[in-house]
Design a protein. Sequence first.
Length: 266
Amino acid sequence: MSALAGTAPAITARSTAVIHRTNAVTRLIVPVPLTIVLLLTLDWVSAATALAALAILLPFAGLTPRQFWLRTLPVWIAAPLTGITMLLYGRPDGTVYWEFGLAQISDGSITIAIATVLRVLAIALPAVVLFVTVDPTDLADGLAQILRLPARFVLGALAGIRMIGLFLDDWRALELARRARGVADRGKIRRFAGMALAMLVLSIRRGTKLATAMEARGFGGATTRTWARESRLGRIDLALFAIGILVSVIVVWTSVATGHWNFLFG
């Protein structure tokens, strides 16, 4: 695993950012309390409070503005689309401004749409910001050593993730090879099907070789395995856990104090 660590593509260079000194498992678990809180209520105050906290903590995330917008772009696209659905088909209440068939825009649907957009952003953005800089090898070490997940499952998943880069390289090489042979000039659907079949065969062969190599090196054996790098939790991880809990408490308190708490299961 230490050998794999050297080949990991870094989203950001190893820097002195606070988030880079935390354990990968910590960054995976910290958004969970806030996510649970936001799933229990549907109101714009709780989501807006969570987004305000994210804006305050964002400078410590180790991302440049360009990296932040590029990595979170799918979230910014998905959130308004979700809001449009709720705007047209949400609970009708108050004044109705527009109606066509089942679609209806009213005071109630507008409120739900705004709350839904903010809720999606408040749930997804912290998870993306915290998890985008996680190295797969660091995460695998933490899952196996701290959370005690089965090593065979963790290392198999890590190997699969590492193969994604090779898959993309093989796809480009295969495409160039087919063009050089003059068999990729026409029929996009036929070309894609042929390349997909070739990649499937190549992936099966590579997976078989990788499984054999891992088994030959003792992966999945009955003996207790050792780890090249020790994964542990430190004070900075505890501080990040505390911040996550504190933000969740502030979100609940603000929503309840302003009278906007809307418990969905009550």
